[in-house]
Write a new protein. Structure first.
Length: 421
């Protein structure tokens, strides 16, 4: 028990110290990312380990285990409290009594607490999952863009559709990437989820990606009767690069440069946007990814180039390919691709969610985006989780305090979108 006291207290303290580590730029930052995400996701476990270690240290005279365990447990408890404490974001965005805007049928299916030790998310008994549905064919090719549709398996349909764009660093991954628990939960609330596989660099640039997002939205609006969706109740959402595209597309429904020719007369408006750590400052993102150095090692390739999946990581974060050059070469493109530039009084209500230690997406850009929304009188909520890094929601969401707290807010934001429109 003497040795066990030191083991438990030591592990708890070590994991808590990871909170104090600020990750370096990629690719080195990815080496420490998983351990740091694990520290946050399993913080309740590390807290219990530290407490048990301190008690065993007291009982079996392992005296150094006592302060080690107390410090480790204390930091973990503080983290859980900070991530799950209530805030006034909804009241500031939607006014006093905002909870009265949530339909009673909706409230029954939402998570009831910001955090539970083992979250049992509400799920539809048999959600209907339709896979690999074509939503658009690239002109003059046989290239079909695909999506998955999640919809409720019982009789209640909220009428809201959530068009989701996956994280990608603009170059990698696909739909159905770590989101099944999330989409099952949304389907249980009667929502329809469209999980979109949009094209990536170097196959397309920013115009192609935003165009794909808008084609997905147009397809959903054309199929509202099929899924019981109200065309006025469609929300764009995304994670990381997908959130950047969602923010950009959602704020530019009629932008002449960012709207494909075949959609110029279409209604491309959405009633809300949900961003999980989306980049809103592309010049800052350029510096984070150290694109100048990356482009020196691996020169950019022409747009339209097909690459093997295993080589796609060579182009992750390559904003010089996405935007056609470096910031000093094409400054107008970096401004065009900045969602904050396009915020206006008619922008959709927006929920921004991010970790305070995000090493890939500068928090300053998110804060500026939120400030621009508030300045434009757009209902907006900005959630920042302390000591939390990029992609925090993908790891162990059933116990992860930050992931659960984010889900709590997403539930309520979408419920308000059902009522308001």
């Amino acid at each position: 028990m003497f040795i066990l006291a030191y083991i438990l207290s030591g592990i708890s303290l070590l994991m808590s110290l990871l909170f104090l580590v600020r990750l370096p730029k990629p690719p080195l930052g990815f080496v420490v990312l998983i351990p740091k995400l694990t520290a946050g996701a399993l913080s309740p476990v590390w807290a219990v380990m530290g407490a048990v270690g301190a008690v065993l240290g007291w009982l079996y005279q392992a005296f150094w285990a006592i302060p080690m365990g107390i410090l480790g447990a204390g930091m973990m408890i503080w983290y859980v409290w900070r991530c799950t404490r209530s805030h006034n974001g909804f009241e500031k965005a939607f006014g006093a009594g905002w909870e009265d805007q949530i339909p009673s049928q909706q409230a029954k299916h939402m998570v009831k607490r910001r955090w539970s030790l083992f979250l049992k998310m509400k799920t539809s008994p048999q959600p209907i999952w339709e896979r690999d549905i074509p939503f658009w064919t690239v002109p003059d090719t046989e290239r079909e863009l695909l999506c998955d549709i999640w919809r409720p398996g019982d009789s209640y349909i909220s009428g809201l559709a959530f068009v989701f764009l996956h994280g990608s660093a603009w170059a990698v991954w696909d739909k159905d990437y770590g989101t099944q628990h999330f989409f099952r939960h949304l389907a249980a609330q009667g929502h329809t989820v469209m999980d979109v596989a949009y094209r990536l660099i170097p196959e397309v640039d920013i115009y192609g990606m935003v165009g794909d997002a808008k084609h997905a939205l147009a397809w959903m609006k054309a199929n509202v009767d099929r899924y019981g969706v109200n065309p006025e109740k469609i929300v764009f959402g995304g994670a990381s690069a997908g959130a950047h595209i969602a923010l950009l597309a959602g704020n530019t429904p009629e932008h002449p440069e960012l709207t494909p020719e075949d959609l110029k007369s279409a209604d491309l408006s959405v009633c809300g946007i949900v961003s999980y750590y989306g980049n809103t400052d592309l010049e800052a993102g350029y510096k984070v990814f150290d694109v100048e150095n990356l482009s020196a090692k691996i020169p950019p390739v022409p747009i339209g180039t097909k690459v093997e999946p295993k080589k796609a990581f060579n182009y992750a974060g390559r904003l010089d390919i996405l935007l056609g050059g470096h910031p000093e070469e094409v400054p107008d493109m970096y401004r065009l691709a900045c969602p904050t530039i396009h915020v206006h009084p008619g922008s959709p209500p927006t929920l921004l969610i991010q970790g305070g230690d995000d090493f890939l997406v500068p928090l300053a850009g998110t804060l500026d985006h939120y400030a621009k929304l508030v300045e434009s009188s757009v209902p907006a909520i900005n959630i920042v989780f302390p000591w939390t890094d990029h992609a925090f929601d993908l790891l162990l969401p059933q116990i992860n305090p930050a992931a659960q707290s984010a889900l709590y807010d997403v539930d309520r934001f979408l419920a308000i979108m059902v009522k308001k429109n």
